[in-house]
Write a protein that binds this ligand. Structure first.
Ligand code: AHR
Length: 312
């Protein structure tokens, strides 16, 4: 029976025997590509048979992939959810099939008994670290800020906005004058920044850019240069992820600060899964990864070299 089978699983299965489905969002950013690389590496190292499905940014594709993983009878599912809402039904289906789901890097608006655990950073905190850096850096001077948001409806876009606004609250010298989505991509980051620059006196009204990820910041840096301004000096640039390219930009003074998000979400996820399936050990509902601030003072080229080997 299913109960006996489940009892046998607990106590015998180790990562090496597992078939795990991974529903990935797509490859919108350098960070995302690194997360995919590291998840595949981690699976291989542990002898996990990983079934990979790229959803090309569409929730409907993720839902289809999860249903197909359920039909194949995988041992577990990793899900990086593109948006926060709309998961209840399919997560319930996985639960009914007794397949544990682990969320990677983004959270969902659903009851936490529908998934085993979530491996994410504190996304609100990331936004507030970026905001606090800006508050401290402008030190009371008036500063108009433009914001490039991540994918609309995604938990990092919602939470990074919230955290940043919380850090700016009470500092009336800082004002967010424009805020729009750049969908976490370089191309859209550049495009939207061009429209901000045009609308704000060629950029002369803008003192700082806050981008919800480094890729959009890198695109925006290009737009700022093409507008004849100096990114990092005329317009301060702060973003999130800590991908190698942003360290190159910091080394040349074109970016100012970034908040690190580890692309290795799979390591802690597989550890939790192993302990759960092998020893029946329930993980906490949230496995939190670190959020470290880097600035130009942190030897950016050295960090760039270190990062290059880590999935990027
Ligand atoms: O969910 C994490 C975010 O998604 C990363 O910050 C961004 O680069 C990615 O696309």
């Amino acid at each position: 029976s299913a109960t006996i089978l489940a009892a046998c699983m607990v106590g015998s299965a180790s990562a090496a025997d597992l078939v795990v489905g991974f529903s990935q969002i797509g490859s919108e950013s350098g960070w995302r590509a690194a997360e995919t690389t590291l998840t595949k590496q981690q699976a291989e190292q542990r002898g996990v048979d990983l079934k990979f499905a790229d959803a090309q940014q569409k929730q409907e594709n993720q839902i289809k992939a999860i249903r197909s993983f359920i039909a194949q009878g995988v041992n577990a599912i990793l899900l990086a959810p593109v948006v926060a809402t709309g998961w209840d039904e399919v997560l319930q289906e996985a639960k009914d099939a007794e397949i544990p789901v682990i969320l990677l890097d983004r959270t969902v608006d659903a009851s936490d008994d529908l998934y085993l655990t979530a491996v994410t950073s504190d996304l609100v905190h990331e936004g507030s670290v970026a905001g606090k850096w800006l508050v401290d850096t402008v030190a009371g001077k008036d500063c108009n800020v433009v914001e490039l948001q991540g994918t609309t409806g995604s938990s990092p876009a919602i939470d990074r906005k919230k955290g940043f606004e919380e850090a700016l609250a009470g500092h009336d010298n800082l004002k967010i004058i424009r805020s729009q989505t750049g969908d976490f991509t370089r191309t859209k980051g550049k495009e939207v920044m061009e429209s901000f620059l045009k609308a704000e006196n060629g950029g002369k009204n803008i003192c700082a850019l806050y981008a919800h990820n480094d890729d959009m910041a890198v695109g925006a840096i290009q737009a700022i240069k093409e507008a004849g301004l100096k990114p990092g000096t005329d317009i301060l640039v702060v973003s999130i992820d800590a991908v190698p390219d942003i360290f190159q930009a910091m080394a040349t003074g074109e970016a100012n600060a970034t908040v690190e998000l580890t692309p290795n979400m799979a390591g802690p996820a597989f550890d939790a899964l192993d302990a759960y399936l092998k020893d029946g050990k329930e993980p906490p509902k949230w496995i939190q990864t670190e959020s470290k601030l880097y600035t130009q003072a942190d030897d950016p080229m050295k960090v760039y070299e270190e990062k290059k080997g880590l999935g990027y």
